[in-house]
Design a binder for this molecule. Structure first.
Ligand code: NAD
Ligand code: LMR
Length: 332
């Protein structure tokens, strides 16, 4: 029997990530090749004509899984009945801007959209915040939507996770699908900590630690980390726009693994509400290694944290605490 369609909201759908993301969702890349979807696309009135153009293209592409499209500038209509909400709408960072510059523009959007989701989304709606500052926007959304379970509000650090996999695969000249269990800790910003201490590569002789195969701790502890931390800025410098296709693809990876589960023995990175694991202060949306099963994520427990890693985990937590204070000062 055919499955009931799932309603997926994409805010900022007329923007660059939106334009890359909606066809991926309509093709089943996010929720599976047998899962019909109804797309809800929200943007602001100046983008209404462009949004309608995206809707026209979705019709023209004749996606078999796409059972309906709502394209609107009305936040209530957009949020009504949605099962998955991908929050991309906001003001992107431009060349030369720090992420903090975009804070005041974006947190007030997330405060108002929190109440629309709380009142009108389907019960148990899963929320992924992509728009920057992603962790802090997600935290504001959580705090202003108190009836949405905190487990349902997450932010995107899967792009950073995928970037780390990509760097290791290039360095070792191995398939990216053979590399697993990198971790992004903390903020989706240049203080994030890409950690390879538990990462492995599948080889004909079995799984080997990334550290053993790379055999260059200097590179792993410096250039690798800064390359991943600065990749967003490097893309902006090269394209004059922030990353879009990789962000859209990673957003699909995030929701797919959350809904359908992570493969046995593999974890992924998600920005989730901290419960104090690894001595990360609770009350922050922080990126952790997680596994997913039956539509629920769980933080991977018991990983060893060396001294260098501890400092980096604390540094990015400190930045998130400061961002939280700044966000509240922007809202007051
Ligand atoms: P964009 O400017 O191309 O698109 C943003 C869209 O949001 C625009 O169409 C704009 O009209 C719309 N918008 C603005 N305010 C809105 C509101 N209140 N409600 C609904 N829509 C609204 O930007 P983009 O390149 O698509 O990037 C979107 C966001 O994603 C930015 O904040 C960017 O920094 C962030 N980003 C995050 C990651 C990540 O890994 N977390 C990666 C890349 C980009
Ligand atoms: C990215 O990681 O590509 C985006 O978050 C862009 C940015 O603002 O760094």
């Amino acid at each position: 029997m055919a499955k009931e369609p799932v309603r997926v909201l994409v805010t900022g759908a007329a923007g660059q990530i939106g334009y890359a993301l909606v066809p991926m969702i309509a093709r089943g890349i996010m929720l599976g090749a047998d899962q019909p979807v109804i797309l809800h696309m929200l943007d602001i009135p100046p983008a209404a004509e462009a949004l309608n153009g995206v809707k026209m293209e979705l019709v023209d592409a004749a996606f078999p899984l796409l059972k309906g499209v709502v394209a609107t500038t009305d936040v209530v209509e957009a949020c009504t009945g949605v099962n998955v909400a991908v929050m991309v709408g906001g003001f992107p960072r431009k060349e030369g801007m720090e992420r903090k510059d975009v804070m005041s523009k974006n947190v007030s959007i997330y405060k108002s959209q929190a109440s629309a989701l709380e009142k009108h989304a389907a019960a148990n709606c899963k929320v992924l915040v992509v728009a920057n500052p992603a962790n802090t926007n997600a935290l504001i959304l959580k705090e202003f939507a108190p009836s949405i379970p905190e487990k349902n509000i997450t932010c995107l650090t899967r792009l950073d996770h995928n970037r780390a996999l990509g760097q290791i695969s290039e360095r070792l000249n191995v398939q990216v699908s053979d590399v697993k269990n990198v971790i992004i800790w903390g903020n989706h910003s240049s203080t994030q900590y890409p950690d390879v201490n538990h990462a492995t590569v599948r080889t004909p002789a079995g799984e080997k630690p990334v550290r053993e195969l790379v055999a260059d701790d200097k590179w792993l502890n410096s250039e690798f980390i800064t390359t991943v931390q600065q990749r967003g800025a490097a893309i902006i410098k090269a394209r004059k726009f922030s990353s879009a296709l990789s962000a859209a693809s990673s957003a699909c990876d995030h929701i797919r693994d959350w809904v359908l589960g992570t493969p046995e023995g593999t974890w992924v990175s998600m920005g989730v509400y901290s419960d104090g694991s690894y001595n990360v202060p609770s009350g922050l949306i922080y990126s952790f290694p997680v596994t997913c099963k039956n539509g629920e994520w769980s933080i991977v427990q018991g990983l060893s944290i060396d001294e260098l890693s501890r400092k980096k985990l604390d540094l990015t937590a400190q930045e998130l605490s400061e961002e939280k204070d700044l966000a509240y000062s922007c809202l007051s």
